[in-house]
Design a protein. Sequence first.
Length: 476
Amino acid sequence: MKVDKLVKNVYETIMASGMICQGDSVVVGVSGGADSVCLLSVLKNLQMSMTLQLTAVHIHHGLRGEAADRDRDFVTALCEDMQIPCVCFQADIRAMARAQHLSEEEAGRKFRYDCFEEVRQERQASKIAVAHHRDDLAETVLLNLFRGSGLKGLSGIPMMRGCIVRPLLGVGRADIEAYLGRQGMSYRNDATNFETEYTRNRIRLDILPYVTEHINQAAVSHIAETAAIASDICRYVENQAAAIGKSIIQWNGEAECLTAEIDAAAFVGQDIAIQRELLRQVLERTAGQLKDIRSVHIGTLRALFYGHAGKKADLPYGLRAERTYRTVSVSQKKTHKSADALHEDDAEIRLNAPGKYVLDGGKREISLEIFPVEKNLQIPKKMYTKWFDYDRIKNGLVLRQRRPGDFMMIGGGHKKAIRRILMDDKVPQSNRETLNMLTDGGHVLWIPDTGRMSEYYKITGETRLILSAELKEIEE
């Protein structure tokens, strides 16, 4: 029997990269869309020759009602027809996003990969295969470029990361749809993929088609090739920086209390590419992640090496960097404790310095950081993370509950009593006296649990310093 050309292409990619080995047990993420149906079909075609054990996993996000139910039913029927075991999970992603102070997209992605990993461990599988393809790679590169990414972001989507593999990364969306047509296979369409309110969808539906039609038909392939080159360079710089870091960075403390002491003279002697990568690695290790680390933060930290002793900088995730005579240190800022914060009448927490402040009897914390305005900064749209014009704060920040005379500035420069705002927002009477509010005297900057923010403190073209405030649950 003749092997389909796409199956042959994917097999060659698998063999060249070593992403899947003979006899592997593989968990396959299957949404029911064209990409994941294609992936499952290709791996099924390779199952006998590579002696693979396959398990499909489908995630119902609880967001699209009956359409999502039909997706689940489609996937279970498909897997039954292919004689592949299928595990289905379902969650209320909207509620999960609110509880974890994440966007629905972030919460959904986290839940998906947690489920994949759970099944991988249960089945003692070695790999998790997901269906990202070449067009997804091109979209990611452009999205990162438009947001102001460094070389790492221009590398796009890695073909392998730990146990996660992407066998379709070398083929395009058109190739996938053509394959499914040849095989006579149907698939599900998610209507949200065609809504242009999402930035990635605008790139997929508007920008890339325009570029392909009017500039270069091979644009997607060229972007993918450039991403591969960027990935090779990035990997080389990472390895070089890691080797240099061993001799010029001293690590103290353990786990969540790590402090990096970087030899300033040795650091200044490095090439700028190595400097940036060293700082990226330091921030990733001290913060535990890189999600909110931007090039502006790398630049702020790097500037300390060329400044005077005593200069400091606040960074995301509660990090603080400080210049000493011989080093620049990066560590977690002190957490400010308040025993029974905001549980008694007139209780308040004075937020006198950047850092973390524990409240609600240790159940939540508010994190503050201050940083200068830079070009292309994107103001966060999360309900529990807000940015304010720091220079407009006159009386000092206090976290407390409502008091008589409290107000907020609304559109048009008008004052509005907090009492009226809570009534208009239909906040239950029983909750109005216990809401946490970030205040500057009687002027309320922010009511986190309603999302309300004063127009007066919003970022403008004249803003010089930004105060970032984030309220989140403390994980037990």
